[in-house]
Write a protein that binds this ligand. Structure first.
Ligand code: SF4
Length: 400
């Protein structure tokens, strides 16, 4: 039975056929300029979908082209050193995505002959491929009627079907209803739902008056748009503080490679202390210097005298806000433990290393240092990456 609210009839269920028809008409007329929209190569679609997660399309665009130029197919990606992949990814953030892509490419090369598998089950067995990515590849590359429910699609489906509790199962069912109503066009349906969430059915103030599915949307009919989907309350990212050292020796600076997994895994970073929760009062600068000298000795096996503060960098990760104080330090003795390089500026130097974005503020300090870099590969690392201790950072999370 239908309810009437505000003079608008409210059906118990929206008509999937009408939704699919109106969505596709809107999508076909829209012709959004997305570089991979017309792409049918599963590898390219996979790269695009991974890059576009939590990242704006305009940001992704240059990275997408550079990545494909450098790694044109699964084989090229699988054969490349992780360092090269991270260097191309540098600045895009969420580096776990790049590590997973690289590892998954090796699996595809080894187990699937270099061709991306075409079933959702096989796709989901690849490192880093979840329900959304598998559904996106299956529908966009292989034309399978599989849902791809990202944050935008979750919002649209929750509203169109007025779902009070949009569980993954319920959303999948709703998405399948729309997909089944438009046989032969799963890629367009999935993209249309996501696009609608990005352009019209926005989190705040959805543009219902111009929405192509406005006449069938249950949330609009019932006036529940603002409650759908229920807001996920996330705690504000807590502040943390750390110190790092620009250790110089014979005209070059020391960079250490972070452990392969966890926060900024595999990137080259300055040696330093772990991020700690911010105390009410800042510790005296002498105390920070001593902690930094101790970290250099304990974690990196070098003795260095820490001098003046060069920069203070602020950077927000997904799960904490970092204040990083970077100090000048002069090497005295010892060879760095673990993977480390002494690098200068310019060609052949630090510019060839994949480094975290927040180091950009520091790199001009390297001007005037030598351009060569000397690689130091130590046979034995004193740093354990399994017990939570890692080059100056702890509490690593797969999300950067
Ligand atoms: S009518 Fe409004 S709430 Fe419903 S899908 Fe369109 S924009 Fe979203």
């Amino acid at each position: 039975m239908s309810r009437v609210e505000g003079g608008r009839p409210s059906p118990a269920r929206p008509a999937a056929h009408a939704i699919a028809r109106d969505l596709l008409a809107w999508f076909d007329a829209r012709k959004r300029d997305v570089p991979w929209r017309e792409e049918r190569d599963p590898y390219r679609i996979w790269v695009a979908e991974v890059m576009a997660q939590q990242t704006r399309i305009d940001t992704v665009r240059p990275y997408y082209h550079d990545f494909l130029e450098r790694f044109p197919d699964v084989g090229a990606l699988a054969a490349a050193p992780l360092d090269d992949v991270l260097r191309v990814w540098q600045g895009l953030g969420y580096y776990a995505r790049a590590r997973h892509l690289h590892r998954a490419a090796a699996v595809v090369a080894e187990r699937h002959g270099g061709t991306l598998p075409s079933t959702v089950e096989d796709l989901r067995a690849l490192p880093g491929v979840g329900a959304y990515t598998a559904g996106a590849i299956a529908s966009l590359a292989f034309g399978l009627a599989e849902p791809a429910v990202d944050g935008n699609a979750r919002r649209v489906l929750s509203r169109v079907f007025d779902l009070e509790a949009p569980t993954a199962e319920r959303l999948e069912r709703a998405a399948r209803e729309v997909l089944d109503a438009a046989p032969g066009r799963p890629a367009a349906v999935n993209q249309a739902v996501m696009d609608l969430g990005g352009a019209v059915c926005t989190p705040r103030a959805p543009a219902c008056a111009v929405c192509p599915v406005g006449v069938t949307c249950l949330a609009r009919a019932r006036g529940t748009q603002d409650e759908r989907p229920p807001r996920r309350r996330s705690a504000p990212a807590p502040p943390r503080r750390a110190a790092a050292a620009l250790v110089t020796r014979e005209g070059r600076a020391l960079f250490v490679k972070r452990p392969p997994e966890g926060l900024l895994g595999g990137l080259w970073d300055l040696p330093g202390t772990s991020p700690v929760r911010v105390e009410r009062r800042s510790p005296p600068i002498g105390e920070i210097r001593r902690a930094l000298e101790a970290a250099l000795a304990d974690r990196h096996a070098i003795t260095a005298r820490v001098g003046r503060r060069l920069e203070t960098v602020h950077h927000t990760f997904s799960h904490f806000r970092l204040r990083l104080d970077v100090f000048a330090a002069e090497w005295h003795a010892g060879e760095p433990a673990g993977e480390a390089v002494w690098a200068g500026a310019g060609q052949g130097g630090v510019g060839e290393l994949a480094t975290p974005t927040y180091l950009r503020a520091i790199l001009p300090r390297l001007e005037g240092l030598e351009t060569r870099r000397t690689q130091v590969w130590c046979l034995e690392s004193r740093v354990s990456t399994e017990g939570g201790e890692a080059y100056g950072w702890q509490g690593a999370s797969p999300q950067e």
